[in-house]
Design a protein around this ligand. Structure first.
Ligand code: SAH
Ligand code: SF4
Ligand code: F3S
Length: 447
């Protein structure tokens, strides 16, 4: 038997913040049934992978991991392995024949059945629970949090968009919003427990629509920021077609809502945006950026880019590079296109670019964006920024790391500060992803 016993479980979480939040829900459900969270994989009698299917290499990583678990299970008879999240929802029972090591499959809407799936696995039954439940928001479950400072609060699940490249609508099902009252009571609880940062989560938060009164996201965000006036409020992800003037106004007006918007553009070419079914042109995107920058001075805008989508020509690629140069995003998550079976693109478009070309274009995008981030970060040298200290820096016990309200990572001398402190830091140097500095007491006193 493994050291933690047969009721000890360990979750490996892959993928987006939504999956991280779901792992907290899974932990709570299992703990309620008498299971306990193991410190590490070696202590666990049950290993759960909470998986992501968004790109082929994400799925490859999980398959690789399953091979490792196969070896582990040979040495530890009785070890139970479960696959949760987007991969089983997408590939269904096929996973059982591909990977004999798997004991059960659970989709994002069926986590309440996990204790049953585990019990069935114990008596040798391989079961799956993959139905969508458009009503499931895990109301009434108090998720177990990762740390004492920063918490995710999902406000909606699923996605009703059909971006041509994207598997999420098929893995997460129809969009549903959490009741405003339950979001607010979760936020209140977090405030009472001393949380300093709350991130509202959804695949497309701007389409939040309160199930009873139809309240929109701008109203919800405003209410959350008033409920937690001493905490930093963040949210992700915003779809450019749905970001409203009312939302921009709320961010500008409420001091504790962070001046950061993640606004995935995917491509700088209207032709590509059309093929991707994003529902807006690049001119409309640029207008939204102009509006955001006008109303929220100092705002940081970050984005996602896909290189080499179906039918992308050199001129479309150039349009993406031009957009990056013009907008100067603070940061971008950059990928090359990976066809996902069953998506709109897989059904209707030809994945016609060779991988070498996709990778070349991606590299050009990465090189350009890195040089832009580099310059933006250099421009911050000499300024004083407000930082929420999060943890010890990875490089030195004498330093802490934290973030600005624009979500930039700052590493600074520890002095007498500790995680959870909000302080002013004078920036003395930078790299393309980190600002480095020293606490600035004069600025502290002046604020
Ligand atoms: N809901 C979010 C995105 C979720 S997926 C939104 O609408 O922005 C996160 C990012 O993964 C996407 O923004 C996109 O840039 C990337 N992505 C999604 N599907 C992809 C695919 N098939 N190939 C490459 N990148 C993909
Ligand atoms: Fe995918 Fe588009 Fe939905 Fe985002 S908005 S999850 S990219 S379908
Ligand atoms: Fe991946 Fe599922 Fe999130 S596919 S990006 S874990 S919604």
């Amino acid at each position: 038997m493994r050291t933690g016993g047969s009721k000890a479980f360990f979750i490996h979480t892959f993928g987006c913040q939504m999956n991280q939040a779901d792992s907290g829900i899974i932990t709570a459900i299992l703990q309620q049934e008498g299971y306990s969270a193991a410190e590490s994989e070696v202590d666990a009698g049950i290993i759960l992978l909470n998986t992501c299917a968004v790109r082929e290499n994400a799925v490859d990583r999980i398959e690789h991991y399953l091979q490792h678990l196969h070896g582990l299970k040979k040495r530890h008879k009785g070890l139970i392995v479960g696959l949760a999240g987007c991969v089983p929802q997408f590939q269904k029972e096929e996973m059982f024949s591909m990977f004999p090591v798997i004991d059960f499959l659970a989709g994002p809407d069926t986590y309440r059945t996990l204790p049953l799936l585990i019990e069935q696995a114990r008596i040798g039954l391989r079961s799956s629970s993959l139905d969508f439940n458009p009503l499931e928001t895990y109301e009434g479950i108090d998720p177990v949090r990762q740390g004492p400072l920063s918490a995710f609060v999902p406000v909606m699940r699923g996605c009703n968009n059909m971006c041509a490249f994207c598997v999420v609508p098929f893995t997460r099902g129809r969009e549903r919003s959490h009741p405003l009252s339950s979001v607010i009571s979760e936020v209140r609880q977090l405030v009472e427990s001393g949380y300093r940062e709350i991130t509202l989560l959804g695949q497309n938060v701007n389409s939040y629509c309160e199930p009873e009164k139809g309240t929109d996201f701008a109203t919800l965000l405003d209410a959350v920021s008033r409920e937690a006036p001493d905490a930093r409020i963040r949210f992700t992800t915003s779809h450019p077609k749905d970001i409203s003037e009312a939302l921009v106004r709320v961010i500008a007006d409420r001091p504790n809502i962070c001046n950061h918007i993640h606004l995935p553009v995917q491509s700088g070419s209207s032709k590509m945006l059309g093929l991707m079914n994003r529902g807006h042109t690049i001119e409309e995107y640029r207008q939204k950026i102009a509006l955001i920058r006008e109303k929220i001075p100092g705002v940081a805008i970050t984005t996602d880019i896909i290189a080499g989508f179906c039918g992308e020509e050199e001129s479309d690629h150039q349009a993406t590079l031009d957009l990056l140069t013009d907008v100067r995003f603070d940061l971008a998550y950059m990928f090359y296109y990976s066809e996902r079976p069953g998506t709109l693109a897989a059904r209707t478009l030809e994945d016609d670019l060779p991988e070498s070309l996709k990778k070349r274009r991606l590299q050009e995008i990465i090189d350009l964006q890195n040089s832009i981030s580099d310059k933006l970060y250099q421009e911050a040298v000499g300024t004083v920024v407000e930082v929420l200290a999060e943890s010890e820096s990875r490089r030195s016990a004498q330093q802490l790391m934290g973030r600005t309200d624009t979500n930039r990572v700052v590493v600074f001398d520890r002095e007498h500060y500790k995680a959870g402190d909000l302080l002013k830091v004078r920036i003395t140097s930078s790299t393309s992803a980190t600002l480095i500095g020293k606490p600035d007491q004069r600025a502290d006193a002046a604020s």
